[in-house]
Design a protein around this ligand. Sequence first.
Ligand code: SF4
Ligand code: SF4
Length: 295
Amino acid sequence: MRKLVVARRASQGIFFLLFLSAILPLGRLLPGLSHPGVFFRIDPFIMFSIWISERVIFSGLWIPLAMLLLTLVLGRFFCGWICPLGTMTDWAGALRKKERVIAERTNRKIRNVKFYVLGLAFLSAVSGGRTAWGLDPMVMVEKAAGTIVALVRHLQPYVGALYGFSGPTGPLFPDTGGYFPPGSEALFSVFLIVCGAALFVPRWWCRMICPLGALYSILARISFLRRVVAGSCAGCNACVKNCRMGAIRDDGSYAAGECILCMDCVYDCPRSAAGFTLRRGSTGPGQPLPRSRDG
Ligand code: SF4
Ligand code: SF4
């Protein structure tokens, strides 16, 4: 049984429900969770952008700092185990018929784009801009959910008249204050593109564009938890083909900053040669061999 993969999927499902409960007033069932702000507070990209653009230091700044510290230990766990947009692109990717492998050289080039996006977003924040709000994955999912709720509410009388039912009203489908909440149309379109394109290229947004992922990636490069491959590796490259982030290189080494700890490669290996460890220097005979962590 792929225990770690099951645990990751369970975590993604639970955090996705928590995120939805923060957006929809399901949060009333879980006091203190009825506002998306709860999630934005753990988001270092948004919090640092506000800090830079508004010159305001929030009392809860330790929360995003703690997220960064955890990333320094574990790597990009947020991307693989928590992020609602990452979860949705994984779900969309599950419908993919054929795995698409992007050449290592291309992969290396495209994944650098997200660092420029991150840099531009912070530059814009310096001049008081709010570019971060148009690029953050959690804002995007929030706006998409708001748009869907607004659409349901808008269409409900027409559909109800056609089929003779009053439709889903009440606490689950709140009045979002207008047909579309502000800024939703554009972000909803981007959201559809992100999920739609994930049907063809796994996690393309996470590999290439996401500034929050870029921020985590910088720290994950030097994270303590690292992928190791034992000497029994047969070099079949099954893990290279299946890695959804294109993080594993043809020579078996991996880009720690790109790995989102999905744990697939641990189970994809027919010889059970791959794993993750916090131990350093375990290179003796029969022991796991640490691989390159750069990039
Ligand atoms: S790269 Fe961005 S969108 Fe993808 S999982 Fe990480 S934070 Fe979420
Ligand atoms: S290196 Fe392994 S754990 Fe990391 S993203 Fe690729 S398949 Fe997942």
